[in-house]
Design a protein around this ligand. Structure first.
Ligand SMILES: *Cc1c(COP(=O)(O)O)cnc(C)c1O
Length: 458
């Protein structure tokens, strides 16, 4: 399997190369040259999650990992998801199901991808003897998932930038309480988009990139997208492998893009519905055809508080029929504030994606409604998803809304909605007693570079 950049000017890589580099050297994102078909769709229902994961992921990894190594990595990764089904469906209403993706160690869906890629990184680095430095930007959940997955893994240092004061206390503590020497939480002055921009600066400095062996595990990393395809498959299999709609609380467009890859592999997914909070660049882009960056307005669903949605570049690349120079041109225009999507590409995007936006008040109201109707307590991100999904449920086509985090990860929002602070699961009971360790840093690439050079354990 060969991987190419959305901007067409980076070396073609295999799966391992694309995974270890994260962002392509031309600033683009890696995609497989062709998307493989998934055979045996009707034989998947009732299989263990690990087995489905192996069948879905195997065609993408090519000769990068042996079958035994891949199966081992999957088993170790998903042993830490504390539910027998791993991504269980729970019915909310006739025809509407919630897919719970929050039974992993940091209580958000990002554990599914991060736990797996930590295992794959370890295998690859042991084999090559290479040492790397992972730098990530997070609005909260990626960072905690990365620190939890990579702590203590050999040959890797992990630096996670998060916007100071803009992540929930549970998210912050999940990043600042692990004691492993190879993980570093950096509180950056600014927003998530600042963190993401500094991350791109680091990657685009090729001398620095080579000096520290820079690798990325943000949702732009293709290996993460691949891991997220699996639960679209298990959900559709559980519902009888018939036409199904999915609604996805969306920020960086990684999770929902995995759904579109699942569809390209042959899964009978009808509509993929983008659910955004008040930071609605994706909803505006799909509605008006203009992708224009606004300012981030902090919300009660902070993991979706972004304006530049990195993985959307992959969807654009496909919508433009693989025209890398056209994508590179759009990304140049984005630096000046935005671009207009061509009519053809917009039509192609609208054939695949619907979208909706949910206000803060509607989000709180939906947490209350679902609690009253079902007893289920939603996190604010999942509530954004459920609110959009309810506008689109149609008889005869099951709707699955992805529940992207556990409500206990966002207790303030939940309390504001229903007056109850959801309890942390038992394995996290000590989180509020442990000492925290973090470094404050300015929104400045030179400061970040010297910090990374100084703190690396290698
Ligand atoms: C990361 C995250 C999202 C957004 O996912 P993307 O892949 O960035 O679109 C939604 N909800 C929660 C809880 C998250 O952590």
């Amino acid at each position: 399997m060969r991987y190419v950049s959305t901007r067409g000017k980076a070396p073609v890589l295999n799966f391992e190369g694309a995974m270890l580099s994260g962002l392509a050297r031309d600033g683009g994102l890696y995609l497989p040259e062709t998307i493989p078909a998934l055979g045996g769709l009707n034989e998947l229902d009732g299989l263990a999650y690990d087995e489905v994961a192996f069948r879905v992921i195997r065609p993408f990894t090519g000769d990068s990992f042996s079958d035994a190594d891949l199966r081992g990595a999957i088993a170790r990764a998903y042993a830490r998801i504390e539910h027998a089904a791993k991504a269980p469906l729970r019915q909310l209403a006739p025809g509407h199901h919630l897919m719970e993706l929050f039974h992993g160690p940091t209580l958000a869906f990002k554990d599914f991808a991060m736990q797996l890629i930590a295992q794959l990184f370890e295998i690859a680095l042991k084999r090559s003897g290479q040492r790397i430095t992972i730098v990530g930007a997070t609005s909260g959940d990626t960072g905690s998932a990365a620190i939890e997955a990579f702590k203590g893994i050999d040959n890797v240092d992990v630096f996670i930038m998060f916007p100071h004061g803009r992540v929930s206390e549970v998210q912050r503590r999940q990043m600042t309480t692990p004691t492993a020497e190879n993980v570093h939480a950096l509180a950056v002055t600014g927003h998530f988009d600042d963190c993401q921009a500094r991350l791109k600066d680091l990657f685009n400095d090729h001398a620095f990139r080579d000096r520290v062996g820079l690798a990325g595990v943000n949702s732009i990393n293709w290996a993460r997208v691949v891991a997220q395809i699996v639960y679209y498959v298990t959900a559709t299999a559980s519902l009888g492998m018939r036409e199904t709609d999915f609604t996805v609380p969306t920020g960086n467009f990684g999770d929902i893009f995995a759904g579109s890859v699942a569809r390209a592999m042959g899964l009978p997914i009808r509509r993929l519905i983008v659910a955004t909070n008040q930071n609605d660049i994706l909803h505006r882009a799909l509605t008006t055809g203009e992708y224009r960056v606004g300012t981030v307005e902090p919300s009660i669903s902070p993991s979706m508080d972004i304006q530049v949605s990195s993985n959307f570049e992959r969807a654009l690349y496909l919508a433009y029929g693989g025209d890398a120079p056209a994508v590179a041109q759009l990304m140049d225009e984005l630096r000046e504030g935005g671009f207009v999507i061509s009519q053809g590409a917009l039509q192609s995007l609208r054939d695949q994606y619907l979208s909706g936006r949910v206000s803060e008040d509607e989000t709180l109201a939906m947490i209350r409604t679902i609690r009253a109707e079902t007893g289920e307590v939603l996190c604010p991100h999942s509530a954004v998803g459920v609110a959009v999904a309810r506008r689109h449920v149609e008889p005869g086509v099951p709707m699955v809304t992805l529940a992207t985090a556990h409500p206990a990860k966002f207790p303030d929002a939940v309390e504001a909605a229903i007056g109850i602070r959801p309890a942390l699961p038992p394995h996290m009971a000590t989180l509020f007693d442990l000492p925290e360790r973090m470094t404050r840093v300015e929104n400045d690439v030179a400061a970040l570079k010297s910090l990374i050079l100084e703190r690396r354990t290698q």
